[in-house]
Structure formats: C-alpha cells, structure tokens
Design a protein around this ligand. Structure first.
Ligand code: ATP
Ligand code: MG
Length: 560
C-alpha cells in the first residue's frame, strides 16, 4: 500500500490491524445499509464514501443492502432513488441485497432460539413492558411470560406469523438478562406483529423483525467482515454480538461492528424523518429541492459527484460528533466547478447602457474564451450592439478612486469587447438610474492587437447585448435554516428556524448561446457564481439554479 499510516482513518486502521493479525484479505467485505424510508442525504455520503472507499482500497466487494424491515415507512420509490444516488456518486455495489430476502432464515433462527430457551413470546402491552424495563441504575423486572413453555412459544409465534393475531397482541423477545447494565440487553424485542404489506414480500409476512435482530444476522448471511455504523449503535454492539452468538458457526466469517460519528452539516438537518417533514409540509418542493441536503437536491442544485466525494474525503471519519460548516461543502463545489464549468455572461440585475457613438443597427460577434483555466475549452462568440445590460451595482454616479467599476467620467473594459466611458445617466422621478450613456473607443476591441486594445483599465465588467439577451428564470438559494444547528434547541423545534427567504426567483438576461444548454449543464456566470439548468427548464421558460456564489460570501442580489 502506497499510503503512509498517517493517512489512514481509524476505521482503516482497524482493518489494517486485522490484516496484520492474519485476517485474510480476500475475506474482507463491506456493505452500505440504507433503510428505504427516504432519500439519501449528505450524511449518508460520508458512510457511502467510507464503505465504498474501503472496497476500493482493499479491492473488496461492497454490498448495497436495503434494511427494509419496517413496511410502514418504506417504499420502492425510495429504493430506486437510493440506487440512482449511489450510482451518480460514482460507486458500484457488488450485489444488491435486502434484509427482506432473509425473512425466512431469520424466522427459522428465531424458532431455533425459542427451542433453545433463548426467546419467548410476551403477551403484555408495550406500556406494561416499558414499566418493567427498569432504569440504567435499577434492574428490570422479568415478564410474567418469560418462562412460558417452549411448546406454547412455538405455537403462538407461528400463529403470529400466520396472521392469527392483532398488532400489539404479542411480541417475540430475546431471553437475555433483565438486570443487564446495558438496557438494550433487557430482553429486547425481536419481532412484532404488523399487518402491513411490504414492498417486496407483499403480504407474506404478518410479523417483521426488529433492526437489531435483522441487521447483524444480515451481515452474517452476506459474510460482511466489517459492519460500520454510526455511533448511536455503540451500545447496540453487545446485542449485535449476542445475536451473532446464537447463530454463528465457527468456520464462517463473523462480522465485526464498529462505529464512527454521524456527520452533521450546519444550517440544515440530516435526518430522513425531518427531511420528510419538510417535504410533506411543503416547506420545499420535494426531496430534490435544491435547498435540500439530499444527494438528489445537491445534484439538482448543480453539485458534481466529485465535489461531494471530495467533501466527504476532506472531513474524513471521526470518533466524535461535530458540526461541519456548510461553507466547506460550498468550497468543494466551487473548487470542482472552477475546473469544469465554462464561463458565460448573464446579467441578473440589469441597467441599460447606450453606447452613443456605436453605429445604430450594427452587430458584432466577439470572440471570448470558454474557460481561461482550460486551454482545451476553446472559444465562442457573443453578440455586441449599441445597447447592452450591465449589473446595476456595477455603476455609480460618483465613487472614490478605489471603485474600479463604472462611474461618470470613468472607464471600464467590457469583457472581451471594448473600453467604454460613462458620460451621463438618466433617472426616474425616484432617482433610480434608468439608463447610462457611454462612449466607446472603437480601437480598443479585445484581442484586436491594437495599442488601444492592450490599454489597461482597472475594471472589467460582464455584459449582455439587449437585443440578443435571453430572458431566463433564475432561482437563487439561501440556506434553508437561519440557525446553524436548527435541531439541537431545547425550547424550539427545527421548523421554527426555517429561512423564509431561502428561495428568490428573479429574471436574468443571458447571452443567447445558453438557449441550447441542457438540463443539468453547469456553468459560471462570470463574476456572479456557478449556475446550472434546472429540470423545470423548457424552451419557453429557461430556468437556472444558482449552485453557489464565487466567493464565500452569500451575497444577496437585490432585484428591485
Ligand atoms: P436518518 O436518521 O437520516 O434516517 P439513518 O441512520 O436512520 O439516518 P440509514 O438509512 O439507516 O439512515 O443509514 C444508512 C447508513 O448511513 C447507516 O450505516 C448510517 O449509520 C449511515 N448514516 C446515516 N446518517 C449519517 C450521517 N449523518 N453521517 C454519517 N453516516 C450516516
Ligand atoms: Mg434509520
């Protein structure tokens, strides 16, 4: 391995130690285990990059396992969305698995456990069971059903499976230790009765396994070597191991659970349950709303897979939870887009400039580079004419010497075009500038080789020819929450911190070549930021999303 030991994260260290201890490399196998109850979010990206990254590092298979044990919340549509997102991120799974594929095996093992006196049917209400649970410092109380006969347990469990009982009437519990220090070991529930159709097994089952029971055994069935999960499962490890003890045969791979910290991103929430709430309450327009921290939202927003992977790699894997500032994600978006996004011109808050000495009716197509950082990106032509738009805040009647944009009596270069000088301006009765009258230097055309064309002026502005401008709907996004950690307040819920101004829709004026831009295409509007074509875009109504600004200031563009 070429990397130095320092470049390994602590999970990789664990794997390395196992290998050094004689664990066969070819027995390494990983899995990414999403529950199909929502769309993947940026937190999942960390887990995906970790698991699939290990697969790549050790040339080991990585399964995609849907942890589909709860038909109340799970759907095929979520399965499809999850697969699409992982593929889009650039990862390939070895096999596609479902916990539901193992329902029969899990059931058979549960029956064996009953026969071994390791599981029993409890027929109390959930309230009664909760009242017997004890506290971390106080032992629990045994259920009156704990010593039910094996024959009775088998009979009732089978009847539960067959649908003979109502929901809530019985559960199957592991018979462990009601006095355990670890509350999770106090006879945890393995199965509950649920009369719900499952998206894969339909109505075959009237009982469904609990996560703790299904997860480790699924790892075992798939011969997963390292089962990596987030820290909230650290306390579950003892139970994970206990369940494995009931079924593991000595010559088979015994999976090993290890935990890493959940990743939280500032100014958002990373929990499918909370994201679902945003969708259901129409705070956003669906799971792929560009303000969502979902993979599909980021994709629609214009992020590339590389930006997300680089972000995940940079933050790495931690042992403790912390909050990652969203500006780090934006930094990676910018860094990647800077390399790949062609430059174009668009004006989002226009003011008209009339070039008084430019011939009426004349039109010139001026050459401009697509990406100054990429020689292979080539050139394109943009139309120039007597009337152009520039950005309203690129002009001031008066300004000091440090103002390099346009001011009365001052000069600027129009990008890839001419040097212009502001001579006068007209205003409406409220004092708003309606039009700026300029003159141009006909010999100053960029790239023309004349002395004037090389003349240095301090400011360069982007612009669009009025006659040729494409009108487009521009969606500007701000953070969805006003608080950096909206779901951590004692007295308020995350819904209390919704930013009412997270979406601003304005009209922009763009260079005409953009009419052929395809959905998803990314570009830099020079001096304004990175944008992409939204799926809502049509020939009659072009729609662009702002992915991220050029700098780390969330500059608001006023459009009055
Ligand atoms: P959510 O609360 O969003 O539903 P979850 O953990 O219940 O999250 P799963 O579908 O069970 O969602 O997650 C699949 C895998 O992704 C698990 O291994 C889980 O630990 C991991 N994961 C989920 N959220 C994060 C996160 N914020 N950071 C890192 N890993 C995560
Ligand atoms: Mg979950």
């Amino acid at each position: 391995m070429s990397e130095t030991a320092e470049s390994l994260n602590f999970i990789e260290h664990i794997v390395e130690e196992d290998l050094q201890g004689g664990y066969p490399k070819k027995a390494l196998r990983f899995r990414f285990p999403p529950e199909p109850n929502g769309y993947l979010h940026i937190g999942h990206a960390s887990s995906i990059c970790l698991n699939f990254g290990l697969g790549l590092r050790y040339n080991a298979p990585v399964n995609l396992r849907f942890d589909d044990t709860n038909p109340i919340k799970e759907e095929k549509a979520f399965v499809d969305a999850i697969k699409k997102d992982i593929e889009w991120l650039g990862y390939k799974w070895d096999t596609e698995r479902y916990a539901s594929d193992y329902f029969q095996q899990l059931y058979d093992w549960a029956v064996e456990m009953i026969m071994d006196g390791k599981a029993y049917v409890d027929s109390q209400s959930s309230e009664e069971m909760a009242s017997q649970k004890g506290t971390p410092t106080e032992a629990g109380v045994d259920s009156p059903y704990r010593n039910r006969s094996i024959a009775d347990n088998l009979e009732i469990f089978e009847a539960m499976k067959n649908g003979d009982y109502q929901e809530g009437s019985h559960v199957l519990r592991a018979k462990i230790d009601m006095a355990s220090q670890n509350m999770l070991m106090r006879d945890p529930i393995m199965y509950r009765v649920l009369h719900k159709a499952h998206h894969r097994t339909n109505t075959d089952w009237c009982i469904y396994p609990m996560y703790d029971w299904a997860h480790g055994e699924s790892d075992y069935i798939e011969e997963v070597s390292h089962s990596l999960c987030t820290l909230e499962f650290a306390m579950h490890r003892e139970l994970y191991n206990w369940f494995l003890d009931q079924v593991v045969v000595s010559d088979k791979v015994r999976p090993k659970q290890r935990e890493f910290a959940r990743r939280n991103l500032s100014h958002t929430v990373v929990s499918k349950r909370k994201l679902l709430q945003l969708v259901e309450q129409d705070v956003v327009n669906g799971w792929d709303d560009p303000r969502m921290p979902t993979i599909s939202g980021l994709r629609r927003r214009g992020y590339s897979p590389a930006a997300i992977r680089n972000f995940a790699d940079t933050i790495g894997i931690a042992k403790r939870e912390n909050l990652i500032d969203v500006s780090l994600l934006e930094f990676h978006a910018r860094e990647d887009l800077n390399k790949i996004a062609p430059r174009v011109m668009g004006v989002l808050d226009p003011v008209k400039v009339i070039i008084t000495n430019y011939p009426e009716g004349k039109e010139e197509w001026l050459e401009t580079e697509n990406n100054p950082g990429d020689e292979l990106a080539g050139n394109r032509k943009v139309p120039f004419s007597k009337e152009i738009y520039i950005e309203r805040d690129d002009f001031k009647e008066e300004a000091n010497r440090k103002y390099f944009r346009l001011k009365l009596g001052g000069e600027v270069r129009l990008k890839s075009a001419y040097i212009i000088k502001a001579e006068s301006c007209t205003k409406d009765i409220d004092g708003n500038i309606m039009e700026i009258q300029c003159t141009y230097d006909p010999k100053s055309k960029s790239g023309s080789g004349t002395e004037e064309s090389m003349r240095k002026v301090k400011g360069t502005l982007h612009w669009v020819s009025v006659a040729h401008a494409l009108k487009a709907e521009i969606r500007l996004y701000d953070r969805l929450f006003t608080d950096e950690s909206p779901d951590t307040h004692k007295d308020k819920g995350f819904m209390d911190f919704i930013n009412d101004e997270s979406l601003q829709v304005i009209t922009g004026y763009l260079e005409p070549g953009l009419k052929d831009a395809k959905v998803g295409e990314q570009m830099q509007f020079q001096r304004l930021g990175y944008f992409c074509v939204d799926p809502d875009s049509t020939n009659d109504n072009l729609v662009f999303n702002r992915t991220v600004g050029l700098r780390d200031t969330w500059a608001k563009i006023q459009n009055k």
